[in-house]
Write a protein that binds this ligand. Sequence first.
Ligand SMILES: Nc1ncnc2c1ncn2[C@@H]1O[C@H](COP(=O)(O)OP(=O)(O)OP(=O)(O)O)[C@@H](O)[C@H]1O
Ligand SMILES: [Mg+2]
Length: 357
Amino acid sequence: MNKDEMKRLNFLLEIYVDVNVDKDFSVLSKNTDPFFIVNMSGQLVYVNNVCEELLQYSKNDLKNMNLSDIFISSALSDTLAFFNEKQREQLVNFDSKITLRPGNPIDVNVTTFPILFNNEVVGNYVVLKDITMIKRERQLLSEKQAAAGQLAAGIAHEIRNPITAIKGFLQLIMGEHQGEKTYFRIVESEINRVESILKELMVLAKPTKINYKKLDIRLLLDKVLTLMESQTLLKNIEVIKNFQALEVSIIGDENQMKQVFINYIKNAIEAMKDGGKLIVEGIHLNESVHIRIIDHGSGIPPEILRRINEPFFTTKEYGTGLGMLISNEIIEEHKGKLNIISNTEGTCIEVKLPITS
Ligand SMILES: Nc1ncnc2c1ncn2[C@@H]1O[C@H](COP(=O)(O)OP(=O)(O)OP(=O)(O)O)[C@@H](O)[C@H]1O
Ligand SMILES: [Mg+2]
């Protein structure tokens, strides 16, 4: 673009700003989100009051500033690429970093859209959103999760070795004590269970071989409920199955998917101290299947619900506080969504998963 052309566009933008924005009555000037307008040379030509407060420069200083004065140098080339390459697009959204007059740079989410004058792009609106807190929290959580994963995998690994030895010796003893076979079978199956739990735990840090295949949801839920049957019987819990007519499949890892529902059903059982009804529901809706585990237990108070995905957060004497976290991660890997509704009457855990034909 030559100089004269740039001048012409900048002039058009000035008119646009004068007519549409720079007026007390204009809707845009009342916008409560920080925003500024840049011309085609990348110069700021208008800054609203909230943005002035955010950047902490005076309006006059800002008017002579360029995009390169606002975005920090390490984020600048990416940011300019958005402006230059995508200038004709309707709306562009990306994360970047800006400098403030005093102090440290902050993380912002940037939305820009072109300003059209007679069908010509004459400049850009740039709306900023301070995401420093969100970024910090996200970082903290992922650090916590990584640490929890490492710890869990470490512990699982250490317990696995002695368990393997115990299993080996058990098999030796079994050969010598034919009469007590049933007891040995129980011990053996319990050890197998411990082994599989340890395996699940190790998934947290380094996923073992994940085997994605077609899974019939009804069959999967039936298998899980069979596994949990001894627990429900013991706790006087009546299981109501509302998924018998379901004929849908998903693509997933069988063990991981089982783990998800075992975790939720275990929580439901643990919440129903005096027994009651546990409903397991499956509904086929459009392109997804909605699976609900509904208990009539104590419910999850809001302050606990907020922390439910924190590693090792538990309200139980013997809980590990990993169930919800692990399930969440597995559901995310399977492109699913989780929805929790809870009150003092009980809890409904809803898992939505994309189905396959
Ligand atoms: N269905 C539910 N009803 C009531 N509270 C629940 C329910 N599900 C989860 N919670 C609450 O959320 C907390 C965290 O659950 P999570 O499954 O992550 O860990 P946990 O059950 O305590 O331990 P574990 O690792 O053995 O599963 C529980 O301690 C409990 O307070
Ligand atoms: Mg649990």
